[in-house]
Design a protein around this ligand. Structure first.
Ligand SMILES: C[S@@+](CC[C@H](N)C(=O)[O-])C[C@H]1O[C@@H](n2cnc3c(N)ncnc32)[C@H](O)[C@@H]1O
Ligand SMILES: [Zn+2]
Ligand SMILES: [Zn+2]
Ligand SMILES: [Zn+2]
Length: 308
């Protein structure tokens, strides 16, 4: 075979490989990195979400105080006994999950969501320990689809019982000045993916975590806001002090239903008077098309991210 023929054949193989990679990507936005493929509807040719790099877990981005991939927590010593509150150092007060893998107390109208610590890589308990849920990843088949007025959205193809873990909101962990830099580059028409989580720790101290899945992220980036959502976001810590932003079913969800959460975090963490004062003039806010009877007309707006 001539050198030219070899080169032509290898070019042909490269083109075929590229085509099959594109096909694979069309069939699975998660690129094989989740427990199941996540399809895009309509299947086959047609409009696709803007490309982004897929990661199932947070990655350190510019200005991150803590690298989210580093292990910061010690493990428990439960090798002979199951992890139970009182004896297991990972379970401070009560079980985080019940026997059906549902988050305990999800229905209770507590004012603040309780912190959740799962057993981690340094724990002596096994993989089947009941205090390991979010770390096992997706448990339900989900699909990215085009909504009428909100851009892309995420829906479930299976029923999801109330309290079950659905997916994470993962992306680059950023420092505050990088958040401000990125937000200033956005136009009013760009979808915003940056989320700020504020946790009241103790002594009035607040821990802030900024996650941006715009360029590197997981399927959580396709979740739209609803004023009457079916998911609840809870910070869950496993190996790192940087919380995983885990979304749990706030009610039983039927196949085909769009998944949504309240971008203001108001489901359990009710809005404070301080937050109310920070809410900005209406012209800066985007209209909300969630369609819920109690729709607040505009998307929640975190004015603290938009300071000069
Ligand atoms: C995290 S992204 C959600 C995915 C996005 N729809 C997409 O196409 O990639 C957030 C953006 O989606 C749009 N969005 C989300 N919920 C919405 C709602 N209830 N009404 C109108 N637009 C919404 C807004 O542009 C918002 O900035
Ligand atoms: Zn334990
Ligand atoms: Zn443990
Ligand atoms: Zn709404």
């Amino acid at each position: 075979m001539s050198a030219e023929a070899v080169e032509q054949r290898s070019l042909g193989t490269a083109a075929a490989e590229e085509e099959s990679a594109t096909l694979k990507e069309q069939q699975d936005v998660a690129r094989g990195l989740e427990n199941f493929p996540v399809s895009v509807w309509p299947l086959g040719a047609g409009p696709r979400p803007k490309p982004f790099q897929y990661t199932p877990d947070h990655v350190a981005g510019p200005g991150a105080d803590i690298d989210p991939t580093q292990i910061t927590f010690p493990g428990c010593a439960c090798s002979d006994t199951p992890c139970l509150p009182g004896t297991c150092s990972c379970l401070r007060h009560e079980n985080n999950y019940d026997d059906s893998l549902c988050l305990s107390n999800i229905g209770l109208e507590a004012k603040y969501a309780k912190p959740v610590f799962e057993c981690n890589v340094l724990c002596q308990c096994g993989e089947r320990c009941r205090n390991r849920v979010v770390q096992h990843g997706l448990q339900f088949h989900l699909q990215v689809f085009q909504t009428d007025k909100k851009g892309w959205g995420l829906r479930t193809l299976e029923s999801i019982p109330k309290g079950r873990f659905v997916c994470e909101y993962a992306g680059e962990i950023l420092g505050f000045s990088e958040v401000q830099r990125r937000i200033h580059l956005q136009t009013a028409h760009d979808p915003n993916y940056i989320i700020a989580i504020r946790e009241h720790i103790y002594n009035g101290q607040v821990m802030e975590t900024f996650v941006d899945p715009t360029y590197i992220g997981n399927i959580g980036r396709f979740l739209n806001h609803s004023c009457e959502p079916n998911l609840l976001m809870i910070p869950v810590r496993i190996d790192s002090m940087v919380p995983k932003l885990a979304l749990f079913a706030a009610k039983a969800i039927l196949p085909g239903e769009e998944l949504s959460y309240d971008y203001s975090g108001r489901f359990l963490n009710q809005i404070s008077s301080e937050d109310k004062e920070r809410i900005d003039p209406e012209q800066l806010r985007k209209p909300c098309y969630c369609g819920a009877p109690s729709c607040a007309t505009f998307l929640p707006y975190d004015s603290s991210l938009y300071c000069p």
